[in-house]
Design a protein around this ligand. Structure first.
Ligand code: PEP
Ligand code: MG
Length: 765
């Protein structure tokens, strides 16, 4: 069954558009399951009806014409109840409705199951038999499993299809309508620019099959691509050491055999003769080869499927002759929307800032580190555009809305003007805030709120903004580690830290020790884990590698010689032991560096040591932790992720991730109360502190130190100067009584609106 399912899904994904994918699907199901008919209905959710879109067995003319309400017939019943229906003799069922157009008079047995994606009924798939009999449990299980799998395929095919058709249409500009695809809001703001793909490689998996009439040219393209690939593989294997391990050598041997094999070429050329272009032909043949290998009993041979696909992707990229592009290829004088499968910190840092208008990351979610960096840079970003191929966005004019997560393609003149007006309006608001930006952050009832900066990426920009802040509340040291190809030396780290500490000697600078793992990988220190966010991250990793930890702490301490503003912050603390062990190492480093300082007759101050409160376990140990540290810093990004058990990087569950969830509010409230009674200063450095609603919420709870990305600083300063602490304290009980994030946001929104700050919520919350 698994093989048939896989085969069906694979065939679907090869289809150029949704119509042909579904037509192929029903035919294959009918054949595989040996039934008399298989049909598929797609729903129009708003209208609450289903339309027959593909059938093998019912009358073909009925496709597109039969429309069934959710309250009509058996199909409607399946859609309405959202569960499978297995009936021996359909015409005798009380809900049966006769549709003459479909010619189903001879059918009796009926089974239907809903196709559901993210709680919405996308459609219904049915099988029918002429006999009167109940479909078996196996049939039912097959259909349910198939429906679950095709849901995502339908969403993807729809996206591919609509974008693809649009691409074909793009020769006739005037008739185009703007099209929107939806992702997840990553960083607030609006932007327009040309899609520029970084590190873009074509992938057979994503390729949309196309027909081509110039058979000879396609054959030549394929043969030339194989020649180029052969040369590349030869160079690659000769570049590698002579002493290659046996298994790596075997892979190269396989590559050579495949490239030389007439069989592969013959099969590809056969597909070309059937009217497909070279790339699509390669895709079909390789998917068949890979499936054959995947089905082999020998696990070693099964693994080879991956090598076949890898080699074929090399051939594909040579067919399409697209070199992977880099940031430096970004077109001159044109605002760009950076496109990448997964945007990384180095990618953002290398991209010329003056050309970077916006960011689209196919993977990731609202609290992925890429989104946090985008917010820090003040660049609008959309994340998690699942199912969209970069190929369809690159080199196109795009509009992105970082508030709603929308990406619009195919912008016509009228829409362009409308978007430009929105962008101008937003810039005017920011200008207004900026003009007033350097005033002290005092509420209307004269309470001072300390604003600090989260730094780490674009040190120069941050340092500029940081002039207004009271210090750095979170210096993410991992970012400089991610930008290199090896661990930075103690000297390199010292120089970096020295710049930051000495730039503002009178302000507190909080440097966090290395927090890699999770979605912050180091290329030169790969960690392969099933659950990276629950794995070897932050302090867990550095305590297992005291060498890394000690070098970093020594570099921080040496950089602080003669100064007294260094605060050291420990990430991902879960247990008291981790604090004790870290403090022991910090003390060791301190004594070593102190000796060096004394030899040079210089002064080394003891750094303040604090911990991140971001793992829920610490909430139950605050009393013990408070005795051991000088300060707390609440990391709402991870605290939310771990409290709600929602991966901050997973687009599929992004709707469940909210720092306004009542459980998170409960934790934040409790932390503030406990820290205050233990007399330990507490800052919030998660993204919540930089959102207008979040900042008001935290101030209502009593927090007076907020650390945020440099870009949010002025905006939050503006909010603070317009609110009154007495008033926000008064709405706290109501907020804490809410049972949903929406309820919490509603109260906060209402308060901001009463202060004429409603416009800011679009600009950032
Ligand atoms: C947090 O978890 O809230 C935090 C500030 O750290 P990071 O986002 O770097 O994990
Ligand atoms: Mg964190």
């Amino acid at each position: 069954m698994l093989t048939s399912l896989k085969h069906i899904i694979q065939e679907m994904s090869q289809s150029p558009n949704l119509d042909s994918a579904l037509a192929r699907l029903v035919t294959m199901v009918k054949k595989t399951m040996k039934v008399d008919s298989c049909s598929l209905y797609l729903s129009n959710y708003a209208e609450r009806h289903l339309v027959l879109v593909a059938t093998d067995g019912l009358h073909a003319d009925a496709v597109g014409k039969v429309i069934i309400g959710f309250n009509e017939g058996l199909i409607g019943l399946v859609g309405d109840r959202e569960e499978p229906l297995n009936i021996e003799d359909a015409p005798t069922h009380p809900r049966f409705k006769h549709y003459p157009e479909v010619h189903e008079d001879n059918y009796h047995a009926f089974i239907g199951t809903p196709i559901i994606y993210q709680r919405k009924v996308l459609g219904v798939i049915t099988m029918q038999h002429k006999e009167t009999r109940r479909f078996s449990e196996d049939d039912e299980a097959f259909l349910v499993t198939l429906a679950a799998q095709i849901a995502l395929e339908i969403v993807n095919a729809e996206m591919r299809g609509s974008l693809h058709n649009m691409q074909l249409d793009s020769r006739v500009d005037t008739q185009l309508l703007p099209r929107t695809v939806n992702g997840i809001p990553g960083a607030p703001g609006l932007a327009m620019g040309i899609g520029h793909a970084v590190n873009f490689k074509h992938d057979l998996n994503q390729l949309i099959a196309r027909k081509a009439e110039d058979t000879e040219r396609q054959i030549t393209r394929y043969r030339e691509a194989v020649q180029i690939t052969r040369k590349q593989v030869a160079e690659l294997s000769s570049d590698l050491s002579e002493n290659l391990p046996e298994d790596v050598r075997a892979i190269f041997q396989l590559y050579h055999q495949l490239l030389d094999a007439n069989s592969l070429g013959r099969e590809v050329e056969k597909e070309i003769h059937e009217g497909w272009d070279a790339a699509s032909s390669l895709k079909f043949v390789v998917e068949r080869y890979a499936a054959r290998f995947e089905n082999m009993e020998d696990p070693y041979m099964r693994e080879r499927a991956v090598d076949i696909v890898d080699l074929s992707n090399r051939i594909l990229n040579n067919i399409l002759l697209e070199e992977s592009s880099s940031s430096s290829d970004a077109p001159d004088n044109t605002p760009c929307i950076l496109l990448a499968q997964e945007v990384s910190a180095p990618m953002l840092a290398e991209f010329p800032r003056d050309k970077l208008a916006g960011i689209i990351s196919i993977k990731g979610s609202n609290n992925s580190h890429a989104a946090i960096l985008a917010r820090a840079m003040g660049v609008p970003a959309v994340m998690g555009l699942q199912g969209v191929s970069i190929n369809l966005l690159k080199s196109k004019e795009l509009f992105i809305d970082g508030y709603s997560g929308e990406v619009v393609l195919n912008i016509d003149e009228k829409t362009r003007n409308e978007y430009q007006a929105l962008i101008d309006e937003e810039e005017a608001l920011y200008r207004k805030i900026a003009e007033d930006g350097d005033k002290p952050s005092l509420t209307q009832d004269k309470q001072h709120i300390s604003l600090l900066v989260n730094a780490g990426l674009t040190a120069s920009v941050e340092m500029e903004q940081f002039k207004q802040g009271d210090g750095i509340g979170l210096y993410r040291t991992e970012i400089p580690f991610m930008m290199r190809e090896r661990f930075p030396s103690e000297r390199e780290q010292y120089e970096l830290y020295k710049d930051v500490l000495s730039a503002h000697p009178s302000k507190e600078i909080t440097m966090r020790t290395l927090d890699v793992g999770g979605d912050k990988p180091l290329n030169y220190f790969p960690i392969n884990e099933d659950n990276p966010f629950l794995g070897w991250r932050g302090i867990r990793l550095t305590l297992d590698h005291p060498d890394i930890f000690l070098v970093q702490v020594r570099a921080m301490l040496r950089a602080s010689i003669g100064l007294s503003n260094l605060h050291i912050l420990l990430p991902m603390i879960t247990s008291v032991n981790e604090v004790d062990e870290s403090k022991r190492l910090i003390k060791q480093a301190f004594l070593e560096v102190k000796e060096e300082a004394m030899a040079e007759k210089k002064m080394l101050s003891k750094p303040a040591v604090g911990i991140m409160l971001e793992v829920p376990a610490v909430m139950f140990q605050l009393e013990h932790l408070a005795q051991r540290v000088d300060f707390f810093s609440v990391g709402t990004n991870d605290l939310t992720q771990y409290l709600l058990a929602v991966d901050r990087n997973n687009a599929r569950v992004s709707n469940l991730y909210s720092s306004y969830h009542p459980a998170v509010l409960g934790a934040l409230h409790q932390i503030f109360q406990s820290a205050t009674s233990a007399k330990v200063p507490v800052t919030v450095c998660g993204e919540l502190a930089g959102e207008p609603l979040g900042a008001v919420l935290l101030m209502a709870m009593g927090y007076r130190k907020l650390s945020m990305n440099a870009h949010s600083l002025r905006k939050i300063n503006w909010v603070i100067r317009h609110i009154n602490i007495q008033e926000v304290r008064a709405i706290l009980p109501d907020i804490l009584h809410q049972t949903t994030p929406e309820g919490v946001r509603q109260i906060l929104n209402k308060y901001l609106e009463s202060k004429q700050l409603g416009g800011l919520v679009r600009a950032g919350a």
